[in-house]
Design a protein around this ligand. Structure first.
Ligand SMILES: Nc1ncnc2c1ncn2[C@@H]1O[C@H](COP(=O)(O)OP(=O)(O)OP(=O)(O)O)[C@@H](O)[C@H]1O
Ligand SMILES: [Mg+2]
Length: 398
């Protein structure tokens, strides 16, 4: 792959998450585009303008597309089902989604589809999924180069360290992985079963059981998710504080204005919602807590490496934004290590950690550390030479 002075030929870094799609130019500080990984299917639309005159125009304007994606899709959240293409593994929509946001980068016509693509890849991404992505970016879109970059490696690079434990808590996936002096160990990692969406569902349950029979409010998962992102907490003594709230402590009280105009008072739910991370059995998942899972992953390495790993426990992903999480995790981790090692534990919660994989990839590119592992588009004789004009499949997307 050749280096370039043209900004529009820099690699594009993509993080295709279940909740957020992030895309931007390598070398940048922040993704240029962060969009919700959702779409709506216009055929779900219940109202036809001929049923109630004018209604179709009000809601759907003159749009003739079969699907709307990302921010455009969310505008219709009150009338159409919001679908999540990553959770559905819907690659046709992924293609449309990518194309929609790629156009927003305002790349000049002659440079379109000529950038190298870097795809942030968590370790659990299957070979089949990678093959499917190659099909999209090489066969359908005809980009010249593709790099599947380890998300853990990217996250670790943001700290300028070569060893660490990465704890990434996203929307549909939570994982723990370790890198020691640049080496990974496939035995020393774990898919932890509690994720952001589980915490949202649990908060919804907590709220519904609190309001009990008085069902005069409308609350769904999307509204609950917004509440969670605004008000979630993680505290050191949830049992004690829950008791104190019941006895009249008002410190955690918050009034939420719901979209239907009603008001909802929250208090202990704010911190109880994060407890399944420390005890998955609360939501009937038979698994150890996050701290114990991290300790087991660390203990897969030789004992002399534990100290270095423990002093670099790195939180990343949107769900790691819960205030207080790093402090609580540190205290919980202490239970699994000796007096000497307890003092070495450091849980890093860097700002911008919700985009850490993307930012790390950009840092690695800036430091010239992404030289290896690139795949060449087999359809192009010499990808460094001028590419053919866009293929017919690209034209179909327009
Ligand atoms: N301030 C916050 N407090 C708690 N949770 C939050 C906050 N902000 C975002 N989240 C949660 O973070 C999750 C999204 O995280 P992230 O963007 O890392 O996921 P993703 O990369 O799209 O998904 P995945 O990695 O699972 O494929 C959602 O569950 C969201 O509700
Ligand atoms: Mg993610």
């Amino acid at each position: 792959m050749s280096d370039t002075d043209n900004d529009q030929l820099l690699p594009l870094i993509l993080d295709i998450g279940c909740n957020n799609f992030r895309m931007g130019w390598a070398g940048g500080d922040f993704p240029d585009i962060i969009a919700p990984s959702v779409y709506v299917d216009i055929s779900d639309y219940l109202f036809k303008s001929d049923i109630i005159n004018g209604l179709g125009d009000i809601f759907l304007n003159t749009n003739t597309q079969a699907h709307l994606v990302g921010h455009d899709a969310l505008k219709y959240k009150s009338i159409l089902k919001i679908r999540e293409f990553r959770k559905e593994n819907n690659y046709n929509i992924l293609l449309k989604f990518f194309y929609h946001y790629y156009q927003q980068l305002n790349i000049s016509e002659e440079l379109r589809f000529k950038q190298p693509i870097i795809i942030i890849t968590p370790f659990y991404k299957s070979e089949l999924e990678k093959t499917k992505l190659q099909e999209i970016y090489f066969n359908l879109l005809n980009f010249p180069y593709l790099l599947f970059l380890s998300e853990s490696q990217a996250i670790l690079s943001t700290l300028q360290k070569s060893s660490g434990v990465i704890v990434n808590i996203g929307e549909s996936n939570t994982y723990i992985s370790t890198i020691f002096h640049g080496f990974t160990n496939i035995m020393a990692r774990d898919m932890f079963p509690i994720t952001g969406k589980d915490l949202t569902s649990y908060l919804l349950n907590l709220i519904l059981s609190k309001i009990g029979a008085i069902k005069n409010i409308y609350l769904d998962i999307a509204i609950t998710k917004e509440i969670k992102e605004r008000l979630s907490l993680c505290i050191l003594d949830p049992t004690g504080e829950n008791k104190r709230v019941k006895e009249g402590l008002t410190k955690y009280d918050r009034i939420v204005d719901l979209p239907d105009g009603t008001k909802l008072k929250l208090n202990s739910e704010r911190f109880l919602l994060s407890e399944p991370l420390f005890n998955p059995k609360i939501i009937h998942v038979d698994y150890i807590g996050l701290a114990e899972a991290i300790s087991k992953v660390i203990k897969t390495w030789d004992r002399e490496n534990w100290e270095e790993l423990l002093s670099n426990v790195i939180l990343s992903g949107g769900s790691s934004l819960i205030p207080g999480l790093s402090e609580r995790l540190k205290v919980e981790l202490q239970k699994y290590f000796s007096e000497k090692l307890k003092n070495k534990i450091k849980v890093v919660a860097a700002s911008g950690r919700e985009n850490m994989g993307w930012i790390g990839a950009s840092i690695l590119y800036s430091k010239n550390q992404l030289k290896k592992g690139w795949l060449n588009n087999p359809n192009l004789q010499d990808p460094d030479q001028e590419q053919n004009d866009q293929t017919s499949s690209q034209n179909e997307l327009k």
